[in-house]
Design a protein around this ligand. Structure first.
Ligand code: NDP
Length: 523
């Protein structure tokens, strides 16, 4: 069995140091010279395959720039990828667990070496600023390192404990499921993409990975690292394509054994529904792991350290323009400190600079036209649903660059049942809700159908303990921002309409991609 050092999360880069900023700028130059304009074909059974039609990835901060292209898989390609993956599974499932884990560790080593390149590519492709890109690449490395180690506990016969019984040998084996589909979003296009393929693969499954259309280049970059690390042909089928075409085909297919999906509530629920329908020739119940949206709230009560609360609110709300499933989109403040907190929050947020990811701005452009239009729709209803205290405009340009720019926006005195307080906006638009008191605040926090992240800023021990029990979220944070879960440290995933609570980066995540067999031999 693999004997490796304990897992340690990656440290983050300190961008207050000039040499780190210079290194990032050098990486941006390198990526512009070597990766921008690149085309990534599909990879099926180890072969690079192209399509007549292509998907184009635009720079959201400067939409006149095409960042690159990928192939656009057809239904026939998806079918071939699925059949090929089942062939590859025959061999891959027989590999020793530690041999499979070693490929993840090798991939991690390569990604560590290319850390800043991956960051720079995301700055250009999805508009991440330096720190946001850095923590994401660190998370991708963490997933590889953590899942490689986690896999060891499922190695061999008797990997789970059974109770002694006279005259028999009993054991519980963990076996891979087969071939699954991994469908990922654009907002963590490196970390979630890699985590969702590495976990099933390390325990012996084969995966067809379909990245989001807006982030095909970083996905292609990561897939190449996995191949360079030694994944055999067919184990990872890289299939850029359109979700409602090839995604739909694969999630519905009789030969798909499992689906791991991160994305919106609407698409996730649809996948859950189509996956539940048994197709002719299907001989299993598909396993479906869903990580969906959120309407995450942070409560500030009258005992809180208001400086801590305001910092947490700004970081949680506007990191990557609020385009995180974990982002604080509702700030719930008790009446006694409402004005102080809101004034501080608005004041601090008004200092955020708008610009490109490459310029390391605080607020960059949102990802695409659809997102931009959706957020503009919420900006239009904002004056009816509350008081616009900051921002409120979507200029669509910044410093002469056309892009999907939306101002950091804070809307005060939003009612708890208002659309802005209930629906996931997925942009830099925050609803502040006034609560009568602590209990009212807790009720407001629990008043959406989501349950992903949440937080409380308070110095009252009894209230923190009450929140620990009663706040309906998968990830709960006290006296800090509600984003930025670290692999292995804060296993991540939500309740209710936020997903199947599968806790990515947690000790039991790999079990979702295995089935158990109990074997008994009478002596
Ligand atoms: P979408 O649901 O729009 O897309 C996610 C993926 O699903 C994309 O690859 C998309 O492909 C694909 N897809 C679309 N339609 C179908 C279909 N009918 N069948 C199969 N696949 C399909 O989400 P976004 O990419 O916009 O991501 C943002 C969402 O993700 C937010 O709601 C956010 O909260 C959530 N999220 C949740 C996380 C969590 O851990 N809970 C973490 C990160 C994000 P295509 O790009 O071609 O449309």
């Amino acid at each position: 069995m693999l004997k490796i050092q304990d897992y340690r999360p990656q440290p983050f880069i300190d961008f207050t140091k000039a040499e780190n900023v210079q290194a990032y700028e050098a990486a941006l130059k390198k990526v512009r010279a070597e990766l921008v304009g690149k085309h990534y074909p599909m990879v099926i059974d180890g072969e690079r395959v192209d399509t007549a039609e292509k998907l184009t990835s635009l720079n959201p901060c400067d939409t006149s720039e095409v960042v690159g292209t990928t192939a656009k898989a057809t239904i026939e390609d998806a079918e071939r990828a699925l059949q090929g993956a089942w062939k590859a599974f025959e061999t891959w499932k027989t590999w020793d667990m530690d041999a499979r884990a070693r490929i993840l560790l090798k991939a991690s080593a390569i990604l560590k070496r290319r850390h800043l390149e991956a960051c720079a590519l995301m700055s250009i492709e999805v508009g991440k600023n330096y720190a946001e890109a850095d923590v994401e690449v660190a998370e991708a490395i963490d997933f590889l390192e953590y899942y490689a180690r986690s896999a060891m506990k499922y190695s061999g016969f008797g990997s789970s404990e059974t109770t002694w019984f006279e005259g028999e040998e009993n054991g519980l084996m963990s076996l891979p499921l087969g071939v699954g589909v991994s469908i990922s979003p654009w907002n963590f296009p490196c970390a979630i993409f890699v985590g969702m393929l590495a976990a099933p693969i390390v325990v012996g499954n084969c995966v067809i990975a379909k990245p989001a259309e807006d982030s095909g280049l970083i996905a292609g970059f990561i897939a190449d690292i996995m191949y360079e690390a030694g994944l055999p042909a067919g184990v990872l089928q890289f299939l850029p394509g359109v979700g409602k075409d090839v995604g739909e085909y694969l999630t519905t297919h009789a030969k798909t054994r499992f689906i791991t999906f991160t994305g919106s509530r609407a698409v996730g629920l649809h996948i859950n529904e189509v996956a539940a329908k048994v197709q002719p020739g299907q001989k299993w119940i598909k396993k479906v792991v869903l990580e969906l949206g959120g309407k995450d709230g942070m409560i500030v009560d009258e005992t809180a350290d208001l400086e801590v609360a305001i910092t947490a609110a700004v970081q949680g709300a506007f990191g990557f323009n609020g385009q995180k499933c974990s982002a604080m989109s509702r700030l719930i403040v008790v009446d006694a400190v409402y004005d102080d907190v809101v004034n501080g929050f608005v004041e601090r947020a008004s200092k955020l600079k708008m610009g490109t990811g490459e310029e390391n701005a605080n607020v960059t452009a949102v990802v695409n036209q659809m997102s931009f239009d959706k957020i503009k729709g919420y900006l239009e209803i904002a004056p009816q649903e509350g008081k616009v205290l900051l921002g409120g405009e979507a200029p669509g340009e910044c410093n002469g660059k056309q892009g999907y720019y939306v101002q950091a926006t804070i809307v005060g005195d939003v009612k708890r049942e208002a659309r802005m307080a209930q629906e996931e906006i997925f942009g830099p638009v925050i609803s502040v809700i006034r609560a009568k008191d602590w209990q009212d605040a807790l009720d407001i926090a629990n008043s959406t159908e989501y349950g992903l992240t949440g937080g409380v800023c308070s110095r009252n021990r009894a209230r923190l303990e009450q929140a620990r029990q009663e706040l309906e979220v998968g990830n709960l944070y006290f006296n800090r921002k509600i984003t930025g879960a670290i692999v292995g440290v804060q296993p991540f995933g939500g309740y209710n309409m936020s997903g199947t609570d599968s806790k990515a980066g947690g000790p039991d995540y790999l079990a979702y991609f295995m089935q158990l067999k109990t074997v008994t031999e009478r002596w």
